[in-house]
Design a protein around this ligand. Sequence first.
Ligand SMILES: CC(C)(COP(=O)(O)OP(=O)(O)OC[C@H]1O[C@@H](n2cnc3c(N)ncnc32)[C@H](O)[C@@H]1OP(=O)(O)O)[C@@H](O)C(=O)NCCC(=O)NCCS
Length: 148
Amino acid sequence: MSKIEAVTVRLLAADDYEALIALWQRAGLSHRPGGRDSREAILQQLKDGGVAIVGAKLEGKLIGAVVVSDDGRKGWINRLAVDPAHRRHGLGGRLIRAAEEELRGRGLSIFAALSEARNEASLRLFEREGYATLDGVVYLSKRKSLDV
Ligand SMILES: CC(C)(COP(=O)(O)OP(=O)(O)OC[C@H]1O[C@@H](n2cnc3c(N)ncnc32)[C@H](O)[C@@H]1OP(=O)(O)O)[C@@H](O)C(=O)NCCC(=O)NCCS
């Protein structure tokens, strides 16, 4: 069995929080410690049930994760991250499919993701998983500060 076949993909729990933040840092994803990414905020999101986090572990170490959220109409696939040491082995795709399975289980059939336009790896990966960029759609957001 190759190393990547030994990876287990499961929902994460509260005690995976530190490993999740460490993974985001290794993967180069920004992290807002005072806002919605704080331990308290993430644990509350998991408790409320609107958010689930799917993680990929190899020999107990978290090497990939994706945040799944459900607004009742659409399922959002956020903060997909794969450890740089384990990229291009299909893990990103596997995590997207696991996120979709979680969302289907919640009765959703429309899946959406946001990506920076210059993030070629992310765009190629989502396209390969069947996602299309919607022509003419612009992401609008209103927030008090960029820290939340
Ligand atoms: C984007 C990311 C999750 C991809 O993870 P991964 O495990 O390497 O992805 P996969 O192995 O499943 O890639 C599947 C396909 O996606 C495309 N792809 C992935 N990385 C790519 C890259 N760097 N450049 C171009 N295409 C890429 C390829 O088509 C690839 O298939 P191939 O390896 O047979 O060519 C990973 O690069 C990452 O964590 N990046 C930093 C965080 C980030 O940008 N997340 C996205 C936020 S929206």
